[in-house]
Design a binder for this molecule. Structure first.
Ligand code: PGA
Length: 267
């Protein structure tokens, strides 16, 4: 069996769906976890996800410094690795950045782009995010393109307009068959406020329409936790979750990966 670090470029993960709908359960550790903490986490986590159904990709996005540790510690397990960002060039004078070939060497198969934190703290515009997504795909990484409105945009009734712009500019020139989109309302990130499931589902359905692909995998993110995952995953247009805070606890994140969807909500 080829280990994660030895996969040839361009064939890391197959997002095409067979008869069973693919689901992505991704944990974004943000700026948390030293290598020692990451090793302890993986030791605790792996036995707890052994029975997760095979159509669910369980993905961890550690900080860059822990990528190699997590890749080695997860070995040939079913855990896939994501980076938290990627640059579009292979190399160059870009202090603080990291390129897709560098990530690929560490067994990375997904990469988050356009998360609301770099959008907010470093003013990343949609065209830069689009470059990142294209650069990732050029090297076989699957971008997880994050979109979402702020609290004030929601209050001003701009939600759909903002997300549509982020989606349309983000996917320009991007192969949507090798793309995941995460709908993450900014006001729900790290606040404990989850978007009502029906509303999250409605926005995900709109995103599907704007992308123009019934098969695009759309995640919900924003205060996902063990207590709400079953209801979130019962929504017809939500194909997985991007989890921040709750992914730092291996027990809780394993419970999220082992979700049991409630009976699908009629909408
Ligand atoms: P949260 O973060 O789960 O802590 O709200 C989600 C995210 O930032 O992706």
């Amino acid at each position: 069996m080829v280990s994660k670090g030895e996969l040839p470029l361009g064939c890391c993960v197959d997002l095409s769906r067979g008869s069973v709908r693919k689901v992505v359960i991704a944990g974004n550790w943000k700026m948390h976890m030293t290598c020692a903490e990451a090793r302890r986490y993986i030791d605790d986590f792996l036995p707890r996800i052994q029975n997760v159904p095979s159509e669910r990709d369980v993905v961890l996005a550690p900080p860059f410094t822990a990528l190699s540790t997590v890749c080695t510690a997860t070995g040939d397990s079913r855990v896939l690795i994501s980076s938290q960002n990627v640059h579009w060039d292979d190399n160059g004078a870009f202090t603080g950045e990291i390129s897709a070939p560098m990530l690929h060497e560490h067994g990375v198969s997904y990469t988050i782009v356009g998360h609301s934190e770099p959008r907010k703290y470093y003013s990343e515009p949609d065209e830069v995010i689009n470059h990142r997504a294209r650069g990732a795909q050029a090297h076989g990484l699957i971008p997880i393109l994050c979109v979402g409105e702020s609290n004030s945009q929601r209050e001003e009734n701009l939600t759909e307009q903002v997300i549509r712009r982020q989606v349309e500019q983000g996917i320009e020139g991007v192969d949507v068959t090798n793309l995941v989109i995460a709908y993450e309302p900014i006001w729900a990130i790290g606040t404990g406020k989850t978007c009502a499931c029906e509303e999250a589902n409605r926005i995900c359905e709109l995103i599907r329409r704007w992308v123009g692909s019934d098969d695009i995998i759309i995640l919900y993110g924003g205060s996902v936790k063990p207590g709400n995952i079953d209801e979130i995953m019962a929504q017809t247009h939500i194909n997985g979750v991007l989890v921040g805070g709750a992914s730092l606890d291996p027990v809780g994140f394993a419970r999220i990966a082992n979700y049991q969807p409630l009976a699908a909500t009629a909408i």
